[in-house]
Each structure stands twice: as C-alpha cells, then as structure tokens.
Write a protein that binds this ligand. Structure first.
Ligand SMILES: *[C@@H]1O[C@H](CO)[C@@H](O)[C@H](O)[C@H]1NC(C)=O
Ligand SMILES: *[C@@H]1O[C@H](CO)[C@@H](O)[C@H](O)[C@H]1NC(C)=O
Ligand SMILES: [Zn+2]
Length: 427
C-alpha cells in the first residue's frame, strides 16, 4: 500500500502515548516507563512508515529525521565479498551501510583509518615465538572457577537492552553497562593484581571498553600486549532502530570473555606481559571500534604479541556435535595453529578448522590489517552450522532444544583463559 506524505504527517501526530503492549513486551528493564512508551511509539512509527518505503534510508528520514542527519555523508567502504581488498574500497554514503545490511552484506568502514597498517609495515614488529604450553596447573585452576551461570545472568541483562546500536542512546547505555560490570570485577580484585580500565570513546555514543592486567614486573622486552576481544554492539539488519537482542552476535562473545576475565581476576592472575580484554563498539558499523583502537596502538608504536576475537560462541546447530572452531582465513596462521593446540589441551569439546565465506568476519581483522597477529574463534563452521537468527529480533538466548548453549560458550571461556595465561605468562 502506498500512502501520501500528508497522511504521514497526520499519522505522526496521531500516535497515542499510552500503550498497554509495553508491559507485555517487557523491553529493556533498565528503562523507565516513559522510555518504554517512547520505544513503543518508535516501533509503531517504523511499522507505519514501512508501508511507504522499503528503503532503510528513506525510512530513517521519515521515522527519525534528526538521527538520519548523517546518512548522506560520504564513507569509504571495503565491501566484503564485492571488492577483493581494502585498497579497492569505494566511496558510498553512511546510508548505504544500512542498504548493505539489509542485503546481508558486511563491510569495513575505513573512512577514518585509511592508513591502518602503513606505519607498522615500515618497521619490523617483534616476531612472536609462541611459547611451549607450560602453565597447566594455573590454567586448570582458573578454568575450574568459570561459571556458565554467571554468563547466563550477564547475557540476560545484556540482551534486555532494546538494541545495542552503536549510534543510539541504547548503544551508549549498553557499553556503559559493560564498563560497570568490568569495574565491579576490578573492585573485587586481590590487592596484588595491578589492573587498569579504560573507556575508549568514539565519535558516536557507544564506547569500547579496555581492561588490562599490567605486568607484575614490567620489562622492556615484554611490553607487547596479549589481547582478547569480542564486540558488544548488536544490529538489526532490517532496520537499525528495531530490537536487536544480539544474544549470540555477539552477546555470547561479550559474556564469554567477561567470565574469563572475572575468573582470572578472582584467581589473582599476574602476567609477565600486559594482558588486555577488549569489548569493541560498532563492529556492525564496519569494525569502527576495533579499527580505532588498533590505529591508536599503531600510531603510539605499541606492539601486540597476539590478539584473538570471540564472535558467536553459543549457537549449536541441531544434530551437529558442538565444537570449538577456528577460522583459517584472514588470520595469522601460526597464532591460529598455536591457539588450536591450546584448545586441544584445555577445552573439552572437539576442535575444528573452518573457512569464512566472503562477506563475513570480525574485529580480529582490524588487528590483522594493522600488522599484528590475529586469530578468530567461533561456534561452528560458518558454511554448515551458521546461526540463522543473527541480525534479527530473534537472536535471543531462548531458542528451542539446546540450540543456545552456555556450556558451549564456556568452552570458549576456557580458550580465552588459556590464551591469556600461556601467552601472557604468570609470575
Ligand atoms: C632484553 O633482551 C635482551 C636481548 O635479548 C637481553 O640482552 C636483555 O638482558 C633483556 N632485558 C631484560 C630486562 O630482560
Ligand atoms: C522470528 O521468528 C518467528 C517465529 O519463528 C518468525 O515468524 C519471524 O518471521 C522471525 N522474525 C524475524 C525477523 O526473523
Ligand atoms: Zn554481526
């Protein structure tokens, strides 16, 4: 049905505020009732205007003209699976990113980080020699303190945000929640554990969050960081202002590394190298958060010993054996093989290697691009075991018949702990 624009104006003023549905929907329990009511009004507006246009840019301009103000701005994108490399990135618009999402195509937004990797390419980064596995006692002790129950509690809260869209107030609030969870953990740390926490702010409301175990005895030879990452934003690819619980993508990775971090702090982890946990903003906006962080490290001349990304750790396809999968494309191969050996040593599920299809990826690619060793762990083979619910309002933790498994996610927490301790050392 096509409606005239004058009807649109009329419809806008006709929306009533009192909505009995709001209690039924049970959205975002940290929003007051005024927030819920405006959220429901927004949903009604989206539904109404969706009848006028299927183009997400036109729709955004109708639904939220102020929020849509940047959609005509030029952005330089490397569109995955379309252009073979970042060198062939194309100028499009901010709004085109929404159109690409609607088609299920991912991209890197290189606009502010066009030189990522150029400085590092000119210098010899320390070649990491991956150490022999030698902290079995400590790793197993930390692993025995991991709790799937904690992960479930945290994910319940994280998915209660209406969405975690990086450009929205929701996305800002959800990143602040991640920050405050990490702060709570740090507040309970044993006094001998030197930790720091940073809110890495961006040009949009959502921040990246960086927690860091400082080396116990700083050495000029051991300044390279070990980094464990996940992305905390979520996206509804149909339209960004719709609900996006993002339970698997990447709420699962977010709580997977949060639980690894909590257990390491709890057990008094004191590494030789700095060990950092990163919760990135705006992965769905084209790796914006991780590229900004990686670009800063590169410009400051910081070295990175190893980086691993956990993106989607809980979905378990029915009638498939759950595994710990490592992506072998667009990653550092020696680091990936080393991490596989850690998973074989410390995880209890079978380990598999898998390729990624063009058009998929995650934040480790930002580090890889910057010239640092990056690896990528995920819940299964993307070609045969892909989670069909991601990027929709159906990406929740309440799936039928064990399709969403915290036991599965816990296997990745074990890998994160092993990665932190075996590569970071423990003194
Ligand atoms: C750092 O490495 C150099 C070269 O391998 C070595 O000579 C030096 O003793 C090391 N310094 C420290 C503080 O470990
Ligand atoms: C969510 O799941 C329901 C029930 O299976 C389905 O009808 C609906 O189309 C799904 N919605 C989306 C956005 O995928
Ligand atoms: Zn995603």
């Amino acid at each position: 049905m096509r409606l005239s624009l004058s009807f649109v104006a009329l419809a806008l003023s006709a929306f009533v505020s009192a909505d009995p549905l709001q209690t039924v929907l049970g959205l975002q329990d940290n929003t007051d009732s005024a927030g819920l009511s405006s959220q429901n009004q927004l949903l009604e507006r989206i539904e109404e205007f969706s009848e006028l246009t299927s183009d997400p840019v036109e729709l955004y301009k109708l639904v939220d003209p102020a929020g849509a103000a940047d959609l005509d701005e030029p952005r330089l994108l490397h569109i995955w699976g379309i252009q073979d490399s970042e060198e062939n990135a194309e100028w499009v618009t901010e709004g085109d990113k929404l159109r690409l999402h609607q088609q299920g195509i991912k991209f890197t937004d290189t606009t502010e980080t066009q030189d990522l990797g150029k400085k590092n390419a000119l210098k010899a980064l320390a070649v990491t020699e991956f150490p022999k596995i030698s902290y079995g006692t400590q790793v197993r002790d930390v692993i025995s303190h991991l709790s799937a129950h904690n992960m479930q509690d945290n994910l319940e809260k994280l998915t209660s945000f209406f969405n975690r869209f990086y450009k929205s107030e929701n996305g800002g609030a959800s990143s602040h929640w991640v920050y405050s969870q990490v702060l709570d953990i740090i507040a309970k740390a044993p006094p001998s554990t030197p930790l720091s926490l940073r809110k890495f702010t961006h040009t949009f409301p959502q921040s990246s969050v960086i927690a860091r175990f400082e080396p116990k005895y700083p050495s000029p030879n051991k300044t390279a960081a070990v980094i464990i990452g996940a992305h905390q934003d979520s996206a509804n690819y149909r339209f960004p202002l719709l609900p996006a619980p993002g339970a698997d993508d990447d709420g699962s990775g977010t709580v997977t590394i949060l639980e690894a971090f909590r257990a390491l702090v709890d057990r008094g982890f004191t590494p030789e190298y700095p060990v950092e946990f990163h919760w990135y903003a705006a992965e769905e906006g084209g790796l914006l958060g991780s590229r900004a962080v990686a670009a800063e490290y590169e410009s400051l001349g910081r070295d990175v010993r190893a980086m691993i990304q956990f993106d989607m750790t809980a979905y378990t396809k029915q009638s498939h054996t759950p595994t710990v999968a490592f992506i072998t494309t667009d990653v550092n191969t020696p680091l990936t093989e080393y991490t596989i050996s850690l998973a074989e040593e410390y995880a209890d599920y079978p380990v598999q290697r898998a390729k990624l299809f063009p058009g998929a990826g995650s934040d480790h690619m930002s580090w890889h691009r910057a010239g640092y060793p990056g690896a990528f762990a995920t819940e299964g083979d993307p070609f045969t075991e892909f989670d069909p619910y991601i990027h929709t309002s159906n990406d929740t933790m309440y799936l039928a018949d064990g399709e969403f498994s915290f036991e599965h996610a816990l296997e990745f927490s074990k890998v994160a702990v092993a990665f932190a301790v075996e590569l970071g050392g423990w003194v």
